[in-house]
Design a protein around this ligand. Structure first.
Ligand code: SF4
Length: 95
């Protein structure tokens, strides 16, 4: 299902830059990079029920990211904080 229009190239570039920054910071901090397969599946179960999910391209229309990549990275969030643990992580990081 999808009803939201994907952001423009500039905003997608900003989102990608922020995600890459978070991934590098996490990797430098503790050497971790990816979530376990079951956590990825839990994230994707949420996405499949989300109005911003583009099932055809397996992308998020909030950030424009490809979920087969973004969904596997430990340091990133769902832009709407819907993935399991996102709200708590965001609170801890003061977002
Ligand atoms: S990452 Fe978040 S906003 Fe994007 S499709 Fe998944 S649940 Fe929806």
């Amino acid at each position: 299902m999808t009803s939201k229009k994907r952001p423009g190239l500039v905003d997608m570039g900003k989102n990608l830059y922020q995600s890459l920054t978070d991934v590098v910071e996490q990797f430098i901090t503790d050497g971790s990079l990816m979530v376990e397969e079951n956590e990825y599946e839990d994230r994707m179960a949420v996405c499949r029920e989300c109005d911003s999910y583009d099932a055809k391209e397996h992308r998020c229309n909030e950030c424009g990211c490809f979920l087969s990549v973004k969904g596997r990275l430990l340091a990133v969030y769902c832009p709407l904080y819907k993935w399991p643990g996102d709200a708590l992580k965001a609170m801890q990081e003061g977002e």
